[in-house]
Ligand binder design. Structure first.
Ligand code: CA
Ligand code: CA
Length: 448
């Protein structure tokens, strides 16, 4: 799946365009961070705190700034970013807002423009929560393309500086606000689902502006700031795509690039296995996959054993019924045949118990292995092992009970003593079986 994402093309909502997912310019939960709590290919700074599911760019604490910047330049001319954000605070009003960036140089520090410096070169898209100029036109989304000379005018919420904008609420929505920004052949478009629902049909266009000139080779980033008022500014995902015309040959991946991507993937795979191994070593109190496999094997053996014995006892029940019927009929040859049948069945059950005795021993030794590997379940495993030992003893007793034999069957027919003797033997076997099965059930319940 991951490999498909790396090499494939994402299907887009626009039929005209091919889109290629760019994983080195993206992040998305779950497992958004690596073992060092960092977002791969991204640098977080200031108050920015990535977690497994989302990135909190600022917490709802006054006067905070946070940033997260993609470390790699984006090389294509046309792109689309899809991100979802959640801006929420206790008050009716919040501040300051969040910015999405595509700029020519990575800023070295934070700044006053929603957590990033003024005089950027490239595009800033501002989710401006606070209505500084009191024109009742915030929250708003304001895009400003800057050649490095413009300082954002907070006092007017960027009025007169904007490349495009729309008034749009996005604070305290039940769902994350979903946004698509596309830059294709110098047309900049922003579509938004504000977060009342998650329906695809609830996307609407915030703005579309032509002749927007952005140089290739920019860096994507996200920043946010709080002021006298404060909101949580969270970004849940940031997905970047290269765009190509359907008719044009989408820039094919060269063999070298493919090899590089596969090599990266293999390295990632090896690193993942290594992390899993370390995790197992550092967390011996949790079951490893190996232990789970052995447990599965253990339960399978027990269940197989139980099923086989159950089948035998079902057959035995049928033979006893047949014997009783034949005994009532008084047909001597039929009675002899049924008794012989019963004896065969009894021997068959004894053989089953003998063969499964070894299997049972194997099960017990596997239990001991699991016991060694899993310290936390030691008590339960000991209980089960003891129960199984008791079951084994019971089975041996049952096996020994085959030695008492019935007196020879007279030619004239089966006597009451023969029948009584047989019923006593079978009842003993049945009682032994049910004792064994109830103990196994009890042991399984303890284990689960
Ligand atoms: Ca403002
Ligand atoms: Ca305003």
């Amino acid at each position: 799946m991951l490999l498909w994402l790396l090499l494939g093309f994402a299907s887009g909502f626009d039929e005209v365009l091919h889109k290629r997912f760019e994983y080195k310019h993206s992040f998305k939960g779950p497992s958004l961070t690596d073992a060092a709590a960092k977002v791969p290919f991204w640098d977080a700074s200031g108050s920015c705190m990535p977690s497994a599911d989302y990135v909190r760019v600022t917490p709802s604490i006054r006067s905070k700034q946070g940033q997260i910047w993609n470390k790699l330049q984006f090389v294509g001319n046309n792109w689309e970013i899809q991100f979802s954000l959640k801006i929420q605070g206790r008050g009716k009003l919040g501040a300051d807002g969040m910015a999405i960036w595509y700029v020519q140089e990575l800023p070295k520090r934070g700044g006053s423009v929603f957590g990033s410096p003024n005089n950027w070169r490239g595009l800033g898209i501002f989710f401006d929560s606070f209505d500084n100029d009191n024109k009742h036109d915030n929250p708003a989304i304001v895009a400003v393309v800057n050649d490095g000379t413009v300082a954002f005018d907070h006092g007017k919420d960027g009025k007169g500086q904007e490349t495009a904008s729309c008034v749009q609420g996005f604070r305290n929505r039940p769902h994350p606000t979903q946004v698509r920004v596309r830059y294709y052949q110098q047309v900049l478009t922003l579509e938004i689902n504000p977060g009342i629902t998650t329906r695809e049909s609830d996307f609407e266009t915030c703005f579309r502006r032509e002749n927007v000139k952005l140089a290739p080779g920019g860096y994507f980033g996200v920043s946010a700031a709080t002021g006298a008022l404060a909101d949580d500014h969270d970004i849940h995902k940031f997905m970047t795509y290269s765009l190509f015309e359907r008719t044009e040959q989408a820039t094919p991946l060269t063999d070298e690039t493919k090899k590089k991507i596969l090599s990266d993937y293999e390295k990632y795979d090896i690193a993942l296995e290594e992390k899993k191994k370390k995790y197992r070593e550092n967390n011996p109190d949790r079951y490893s996959q190996d232990v789970e496999d052995e447990q599965n094997l253990f339960y399978k053996s027990l269940i197989d054993y139980q099923v086989k014995l159950s089948e035998k006892f079902d057959q035995l029940g049928n033979v006893i019924k047949e014997l009783v019927n034949v005994g009532n009929s008084g047909d001597t040859s039929a009675i002899k045949s049924s008794v012989a049948n019963l004896e065969r069945m009894q021997n068959s059950i004894v053989r089953q118990i003998e063969s499964n005795g070894a299997q049972l021993q194997n099960v017990i030794s596997k239990m001991e292995n699991i016991n060694k590997k899993s310290q936390t379940s030691e008590k339960d495993l000991k209980t089960i092992t003891l129960a199984l030992g008791a079951v084994q003893t019971q089975l041996k007793e049952i096996q020994n009970r085959k030695t008492p034999s019935c007196p020879p069957i007279p030619d004239q027919g089966i006597t009451f003593i023969h029948l009584f003797c047989l019923i006593v033997i079978q009842t003993s076997i049945l009682i032994g079986y049910w004792v064994w099965r109830s103990r196994v059930e009890e042991a399984r319940k303890k284990f689960f």
